[in-house]
Design a protein around this ligand. Structure first.
Ligand code: PLP
Length: 377
């Protein structure tokens, strides 16, 4: 048996939705993207959502919405994917790396307070693996210091914090629909906020700075029957970051299945937690809460990680490491500072298979092998 680490859960629903988009023969930015944006806003309960082609693009544009003066600083957890820290840099701002909490591996509020100085303009909490950052404390601190909060929700889609959906607590939130994530559009992302005025200008930023996209002009022209359908104005330096209707049609089908996919992932996590409760050489990496609605990945802390990875490899069970602290990468060494928790803890992290299509047989096979490894160690 070969067990994949992640796998998009795709079926007839997605195929039918793609066929519908094919039959309209409008694959670019258009009505399906708008439909998906509205459905997404409705799902998380926010006022506006803007579809883009990745969460990386979403984070870049989200920060740009605030028009911060250049060379200001943005507080970013050191344990995250590179895109979180690149977003300030794309905007001419400096990332300041903050250590993580030892238990939740989300941004440490204690260290946030230490790293803050008067040049800081924003903070980017990451809900690590879907585990909620300490949003109450982060919001209190941020409001006090006049920091904007951009939630990096790449690892969650429907997870909650104290009864509120993650991505509705900060000023702007950004989601990922890359193929391995909680749900997918192939590649894709969403920028969400309750402040419409703040993010609506990003519609032009995602469409090369134009005031109207092609679908909008087509629609207006079919009503006005004029001859100026070709006319648009470029208002700013923009990017080709739009979501397209082909991706959105996959997203619409995936969104309908998301609660079932989230439930299945939670079921598997429950089985993993029960299965490894007596193991001494490995433990859950996070204080997973079985009543949570959505986690994206399941991570262990294993003392002898290399040995564990080789053992699993021999059994054809895929593993991963999320993540090496960013300041260990050559590019980010220049931004290195004190993050002792992340630098010591990450050496034990291993991600094991978790996706909605995993069969009971596969889950049991993984658990059997976790126990077998534990017995030998
Ligand atoms: C925490 C985090 N933020 C942002 C991203 C970027 O997402 P995307 O691949 O959609 O650009 C990722 C991707 O894995 C991520 O893990």
């Amino acid at each position: 048996m070969k067990v994949r680490l992640f796998k998009p859960s795709l079926g007839d629903e997605e195929t039918e939705s793609i066929k519908d988009t094919f039959s309209r023969a409008w694959l670019g930015l258009g009505p399906k993207t708008r439909e998906f944006e509205k459905a997404w806003a409705n799902y998380i309960g926010c006022k506006e959502s803007i579809g883009v082609n990745s969460c990386t693009a979403a984070l870049h544009l989200a920060i740009s919405a605030f028009k911060f003066p250049k060379r200001k600083k943005v507080l970013v957890p050191v344990l995250t994917f590179a895109a979180t820290a690149m977003a300030p840099l794309y905007n001419g701002l400096e990332p300041v790396f903050v250590d993580v909490d030892k238990d939740t591996l989300t941004i440490s509020v204690e260290d946030l307070e230490k790293k803050y100085d008067k040049d800081c303009v924003a903070v980017m909490p990451v809900h690590y693996g879907g585990y909620p950052a300490k949003m109450d404390e982060i919001m209190d601190f941020s409001r006090n210091k006049n920091l904007k909060v951009i939630e990096d929700c790449a690892h969650t889609a429907g997870g909650e914090y104290k009864g509120k959906i993650l991505g509705t607590l900060g000023d702007i939130s950004c989601y990922s629909f890359e193929e391995k994530k909680c749900m997918t559009t192939g590649d894709g992302g969403m920028i969400c906020s309750n402040d419409k005025e703040l993010i609506l200008p990003l519609k032009s930023s995602r469409w090369v700075g134009m005031n109207k996209d092609t679908w909008q002009r087509e629609k207006e022209n079919s009503i006005n029957k004029g001859n100026s359908h070709w006319y648009y104005e470029i208002l700013e330096l923009g990017y080709k970051y739009n979501m397209n209707d082909l991706s959105a049609s996959i997203g619409l089908a995936q969104l309908k299945k998301l609660p079932v996919m989230n439930k299945r992932r939670m079921e598997i996590i429950g089985q993993y937690l029960d299965g490894i409760k007596d193991c001494l050489s490995l433990m859950p990496a996070l204080p997973y809460d079985k009543s949570q609605k959505c986690y994206w990945m399941f991570m262990l802390r294993v003392k002898n990680r290399d040995k564990f990875i080789s053992f699993m490899q021999q059994k054809d069970i895929a593993t991963g490491v999320h993540y090496m602290p960013l300041t260990l990468h050559p590019y980010f060494i220049q931004y290195q500072n004190q993050t002792p928790n992340a630098l010591s803890l990450w050496k034990e992290f291993v991600t094991i298979p978790l996706h909605a299509d995993m069969t009971d047989e596969e889950v049991n096979y993984v658990i059997e092998n976790l126990k077998a490894f534990d017995k030998l160690n």
